[in-house]
Design a protein around this ligand. Structure first.
Ligand code: M6R
Length: 616
């Protein structure tokens, strides 16, 4: 959700904050703002903020003198209060001594707000965040000046709040200090000589340092130019999770592509190579982190896969691989539903939690629920040291590199590959496959990146096709077996970036209702690659064709017969049936991208969305 950044050091803070916000804008772009501690003799906190994208804030900052070497910045995805200037962060206390930025939701804010109003506090916004600013302000009154005093006030205020948050505070009475904390929302600290930084993610820090430390739940960090100290909520010294980042800043930049999404679509072959790198050790497939015994996997009786959005679609593909290769029963469930029912979980249940960011609130809560029931949690995440990875019993990283576009692409294909590796890992431990069988599958996987590169050969044909589809009133996607999650993913990609009405259906279900929606010429994209359901899907194509649909088929190279049924055909190279999803999704990603650009949409930052959904 929101992006937060903070800097204290010797350089002009506003430049570093704006640079960081540009990197974090994908997390939310309803409004943006900065607070800088200005003035030496008589420091004060100056706040500049604006509704709308970061460019609006940049415009006013261009004409504003905002000198200071300590500050915080925020880019918002609204939860409480409409996107407006007054609801933009940072928020201040009654006296304007301090400013707070916040990502998350304070669930008991209404109760705290009533208490503060009864105490005479007046509020300038409709946000939950302003409450914490007033609370910290109230706890600061009468305290000594300096970093420790500010940290005391923050700790006291945070002990009163419920919910998920990452917060950062600057105060004129402690001008070279930022105090920050988190609970169930990401916050990473950056260590460097003569300065300290914080950010919602590593991408906001990597320009300045690779020496980073993930703050853990209910820790409080005190940042000064001299360094960072961490305590718990009672003030006892503590430590975060410190590590060195191993990717470069240019990975998080556009490198000549018009949009991050197009760049990330093209990065997929390289990302798949990374996902596969060094996966066998001593003749065995290995996870990145395993705090479980092999026996835990050998004796498992059921796998639940939990995830949201695109990651959920990757989980749907995984079900086929886990059941087919590892011979284990699998249920795939939307994380926000799983957490509120009472699934039957035992110490022999493995819950595979998939999250690109590793910070999605619903997926984290589902994993926490599973662990509380003593089930084992395996995390599939793209972010090393993410909350999900830290909480899990075993981790497999997707290694896709930073994904900036809100619409997930390379995270998806690498998730599928990682999940299929997990299926082979389980198959091996449970002796569900002969060694030559899983080795054969690994070899097929190793060929995927090159085969995917061939799909890009049809990019200009897909662009032309997109121009003809862009003005349709809807687009339907149909598939069967592993084609079904790809139909759902194709529809999700299209709707989120083009706002075109798009739905995915199991092809066999069309005649049970959805076929009524078909209009003359209405586009239907059908996943019709080779395999045991190809004949079935051809029958389904004929059913929609007979009702006037224009059919775009995704088929296997060499299948010329499909041309008799479809109006347009996009070919992908032949692979094992379970590997098709990683190839067939690429034309659908490109189709969505070109339709969105044809319609003039903001591809990387679609309306109403945010990259990381850290609220429920
Ligand atoms: O970081 P996560 O994988 O947990 O995110 C889950 C969804 O929010 C995410 O996949 C979302 O659906 C994307 N915008 C889809 O493109």
């Amino acid at each position: 959700m929101c992006g937060i950044i903070g800097y204290t050091g010797t350089a002009p803070a506003v430049d570093i904050l704006m640079q960081g916000l540009a990197t974090l804008e994908y997390r939310g772009y309803d409004s943006a703002g900065v607070a800088v501690v200005t003035g030496n003799g008589n420091p004060r906190v100056r706040v500049v903020k604006r509704a709308g994208k970061l460019s609006n804030l940049r415009e006013i900052l261009d004409g504003t003198w905002l000198e200071g070497r300590t500050g915080v910045g925020h880019t918002r995805w609204a939860t409480h209060g409409e996107p407006s200037d007054r609801n933009s962060h940072p928020h201040q206390d009654s006296d304007g001594d301090l400013a707070v930025i916040h990502n998350g939701i304070f669930e008991n804010f209404a109760e705290l707000k009533s208490e503060l109003i009864a105490d005479g506090h007046e509020f300038a916004s409709d946000t939950d965040t302003e409450v914490i600013a007033h609370l910290i302000g109230r706890h600061s009154d009468g305290l000594a000046r300096g970093p420790e005093a500010l940290a005391d006030a923050v700790r006291a205020a945070l002990r009163r709040v419920e919910g998920a948050f990452a917060v950062a505070v600057v105060d004129r009475r402690s001008p070279d200090t930022i105090v920050a904390s988190r609970r169930e929302a990401p916050l990473v600290l950056g260590h460097l000589d003569g300065a300290s930084l914080l950010s919602s993610d590593v991408a906001g820090l990597i320009r300045y340092t690779r020496d980073v430390e993930a703050l853990l739940d209910d820790q409080v960090a005190i940042l000064t130019p001299q360094g960072i100290t961490i305590t718990d909520l009672d003030g006892n010294r503590s430590e975060g999770h410190r590590y060195t980042v191993d990717w470069d800043v240019d990975v998080a930049e556009k490198q000549g592509y018009e949009h991050f999404m197009l760049k990330e679509i093209h990065e997929q072959p390289a990302a798949l190579r990374e996902t596969l790198l060094g996966r066998t050790r001593d003749g065995r497939i290995a996870l990145d982190e395993q705090r479980l015994d092999d026996d835990d996997f050998c004796h498992l009786d059921k796998v639940y896969v939990v995830a949201c959005g695109t990651s959920f679609h990757a989980g749907m593909v995984a079900k086929y691989a886990l059941e087919h290769w590892a011979r284990v029963p699998v249920e795939v469930e939307i994380a926000s539903e799983f957490r509120y029912r009472d699934p039957i979980l035992t110490p022999h249940t493995v819950v595979v939690a998939i999250s690109q960011s590793g910070e999605t609130a619903d997926t984290l809560a589902a994993a926490a629920h599973a662990r509380a029931q003593r089930a084992k949690v395996v995390a599939i995440s793209n972010v090393v040291g993410s909350s999900l990875a830290r909480e899990a019993d075993a981790v497999l990283y997707t290694r896709a590199g930073p994904e900036i576009a809100v619409a997930s692409t390379k995270a998806f294909t690498t998730q599928i590959l990682a999940l299929e590796l997990l299926a082979l890992f389980l198959a091996q431990l449970r002796r569900a496959m002969f060694p030559e069988e899983w080795q054969d599958q690994l070899q097929r996987m190793a060929a995927l990146p090159e085969l995917m590169e061939q799909v890009f050969g049809q990019e200009s044909a897909i662009r032309q096709l997109a121009a003809t589809v862009a003005h349709a009133s809807y687009v339907m996607f149909v598939g069967r077996q592993v084609g079904l999650p790809i139909a759902l993913e194709g529809a999700l990609k299209l709707k989120e970036i083009s706002y075109l009405h798009a739905e995915g259906f199991p092809a066999g279900e069309m005649k049970h209702g959805p076929i009524a929606l078909i209009e003359q010429g209405g586009p239907v994209v059908a996943l019709a690659t080779a395999g045991h359901v190809r004949g079935k899907i051809v029958s389904n194509i004929q059913e929609v064709k007979a009702r006037g649909a224009t059919v775009i088929a995704i088929a296997t190279e060499g299948d010329t017969e499909i041309k008799a049924h479809a109006d347009h055909v996009i070919y992908v190279p032949e692979v094992h049936e379970l590997l098709y999803p990683m190839l067939t999704v690429v034309p659908l990603q490109l189709l969505a991208y070109f339709i969105a650009t044809e319609l003039g949409c903001d591809v990387d930052q679609p309306r109403n969305l945010a990259k990381t959904v850290t609220v429920e």
